[in-house]
Design a protein around this ligand. Structure first.
Ligand code: PLP
Length: 413
């Protein structure tokens, strides 16, 4: 009897998602012990202090107020022109580099990663990211018959490890002509780290060094999915100015996501923003990525695009959204602040957290630590080398005391 009819490249693939697995265990515990007794630190979405999913009120108002045709109709493959313009403004704010810049609508930030892998690496190539990374990067690479390699994100002093980055990039470009680098900053998932402006300068210098060879191309995908929860708007975008006047063989792509910025995770809308000093490279960027959109998902949610453009066009609405989001940012920072202070007291080593939805504790046996935490009805996500705590989802009252329990669980396993 046959057990598979799949094509050879698809055979044996299945998506294991330890995040949803950990969440399922928390949901079971809630059913048994009640919501108040359980700490569910697995969810990658902003929950309020009653653990209800937050929708920014102005986003809800604008979305619900759209004419039904603007919600149900198709959009152009590359996105509504208003959306394309607005999203560039929102992504860069006042930090737009001197370069040609174009945006196309994508299925969230995930869509950007998909297109970048497909269109800027060869089948069999390797994509480079940091060793702490969002798990789907690997699936996205492997499904497209690429590999994923990593550099060490932090050195012994917990500083961003530019040496490791340089070593890996140099050796990658000895083997292939295009190097796609996925750099998730600011407010990195899962650590909460943000690369400083000075580190950005050095990182770009390393890329420029590699790009001195005209046969080589560096495609730098800055995954900015958490940028609107990273701190002061201009300060956390200042690095983008450094994308001015780069050599022709360095293409920067910003991966912009509405999921967190507008709290519309399931609406599947984002943008791939190309930045180049060469007009032809940007024309090519528009052409090839639009083509891949047509071939992958056709067009993107019109309502979400219209909502973003409507908010962007109206100063008052935009200010309201910024203020509402800022409230969410401050809530998360307060939660992370409690955890960080208590971790210090408990001698619990964390990776350097600056902002964002998550913080991470390095651990030798993350699975065992997470299982041990179940005794305290605390649910977190085991990663390869650590435990991820979703501060975006846990109210401050439940964060209190958590670091000591994590420290105890680490000591017990
Ligand atoms: N990049 C990172 C690091 C993420 O954590 C996420 C979502 O969790 C994304 C990109 C993409 O999100 P979406 O496809 O919902 O926009």
């Amino acid at each position: 009897m046959i057990t598979s009819v799949a094509a050879s490249h698809a055979k044996g693939k299945f998506a294991t998602d330890n995040i949803f697995g950990a969440n399922a265990a928390a949901v079971q515990a809630v059913a048994k012990y009640g919501k108040d007794s359980v700490t569910n630190a697995t969810i990658g979405a902003l929950l309020d202090d009653n653990e209800v999913l937050v929708c920014l009120p102005t986003v809800e108002k604008v979305l619900r107020g759209l004419p039904i045709q603007e919600i149900i109709n198709y959009a152009p493959i590359a996105g509504l022109p208003d959306f394309q313009e607005s999203v560039i403004d929102l992504a860069f704010a006042e930090q737009k580099p001197e370069a040609y810049v174009k945006a196309i609508a994508t299925s969230g930030g995930s869509g950007v990663i998909h297109h970048a892998i497909w269109n800027y690496t060869e089948i069999g190539d390797t994509v480079l990211t940091s060793d702490w990374f969002w798990g789907p990067y690997r699936v996205l690479c492997e499904d497209k018959l690429r590999k994923l390699d990593t550099f060490s994100m932090f050195d012994e002093q917990q500083r961003f490890n530019l040496n490791s980055f340089q070593t890996k990039l140099t050796s990658l470009l000895e083997k292939q002509n295009n190097a796609l680098l996925i750099i998730n900053t600011p407010a990195h998932n899962p650590t909460g780290y943000s690369i400083s402006d000075d580190e950005w300068t050095q990182l770009l210098d390393i890329c420029k060094e590699s790009a001195k060879n005209p046969d080589k191309r560096v495609i730098l995908l800055a995954d900015i999915a958490y940028i609107d929860f990273a701190g002061e708007k201009q300060a956390c975008r200042a690095f983008m100015r450094q994308f001015s006047n780069l050599p022709d063989n360095i293409l920067v792509i910003l991966g912009y996501s509405m999921s967190k910025s507008f709290t519309v995770y399931g609406q599947r809308c984002g943008a791939m923003i190309g930045v180049s000093s060469n007009k032809d490279i940007i024309k090519e960027f528009e052409d090839i990525n639009q083509y891949t959109s047509r071939a992958t998902w056709s067009n993107i949610n019109r309502g979400a695009q219209r909502m973003l453009a409507t908010i962007h066009k109206d100063q008052a609405l935009l200010a309201q959204v910024d203020a509402e989001r800022d409230q969410g940012y401050r809530t998360i920072q307060e939660r992370a602040g409690i955890f960080t202070a208590e971790a210090k007291q408990a001698n619990l080593k964390m990776l350097p957290f600056i902002a964002g939805y998550f913080l991470t504790i390095p651990a030798k046996n993350p699975e065992a630590v997470c299982n041990k935490l179940h005794d305290d009805l605390i649910f977190a996500v085991p990663l390869g080398k650590g435990v991820r705590i979703a501060v975006c989802a846990v109210p401050s009252r439940k964060i209190k005391g958590m670091a000591a329990k994590v420290a105890a669980a680490m000591a017990a396993v």
